[in-house]
Design a protein around this ligand. Sequence first.
Ligand code: UD1
Length: 340
Amino acid sequence: MAILVTGGLGYIGSHTVVELINNGFEVIIVDDLSNSEKFILYNIEEITGKRPIFYPFDLRRKELLTQVFDAHQIEGCINFAASKAVGESQLKPVDYYENNLFSLINILQEFKERGISNFIFSSSCTVYGQAETMPIDENTPLKMPESVYGKTKQMGEEILIDFAKAYHRKISLLRYFNPIGAHSSALIGELPIGVPNNLVPYVMQTAAGIREKLSIWGDDYPTEDGTAVRDYIYVVDLAKAHVKALQKLINDNSDEALIDIFNLGTGNGSSVLEVVKAFEIANKVEVPYQICERREGDITVAYANVDKAEKELNWKSETSLEEALRTVWQWQKYLESKNS
Ligand code: UD1
């Protein structure tokens, strides 16, 4: 069964491609390499023994996408391809709406015309904003996200729900909490393109001496140690959830629409300081830091209730924070050896 994976050379995409291949799926990647590199494809082959079919183009190029659907018997899609820098999205809203939504709609046109079902969408816990109660389950009311990036995720969800209802198709909206870590082989991970915005890549580069100091954005939050709390989920665990979500869609034999929504996290919150300490202990390195003002738009606390994924997907995260942070450091060592 051929599965189209858009953004399949990106961070979460590449880990999911590995899990799909390990589970016997034929994978077709479309990725424009805007936030990824070709060597990831060869490293996926090194890990799995199979090189996925790869098309390097921008999904807004509908005519090229049509050719891919003509050439292969595609039976599902996992859509990772999107721009995802929160700050940049505020400065370039039109580009973000165009890139993230046009590419989605182009794929859905192909699905609609060819009668294909089984669509998995990369969403984010950002759709909940600062939830009133913790942990966050799938029935928690959504809030309009503050960032344009977040809005494209919420709009994408709505487009897909309408698509599933109108054409009786099967979709899964996966709301990720904070993905971290790299594959245990250290051959794929989050590529350090530009100055990292996310916590764990910044911690990694600070420990490696690439950045002088980590800035901790605020220690006056109403949390135990004053720093903000998130749910950090190991990327390989997250990738495995995609395979389970896809298998659930494929195994559903009804002709009705199926709209699955799952929160994917560990169910545990960790503060920024806890992450820094866990990184230091896991890797026996130091992470110099300074406390700074809060970052605009940040929420205080977010962690998932993962009961629904556990019950309906038979999935839960298996990897501890420290183990995940160990893979981050191995990935940094790999990048250093690759560049030396
Ligand atoms: C961010 C995005 C979110 C996106 C997610 C992807 C914002 C406001 N939200 O979430 O939409 O889905 O990434 O993983 O950007 N921190 C520091 N110093 C740093 C970097 C981060 O103290 O240099 C803190 C942040 O203030 C936050 C925590 O670490 O409390 C996690 O930050 P980050 O990794 O950027 O993720 P989110 O803000 O949760």
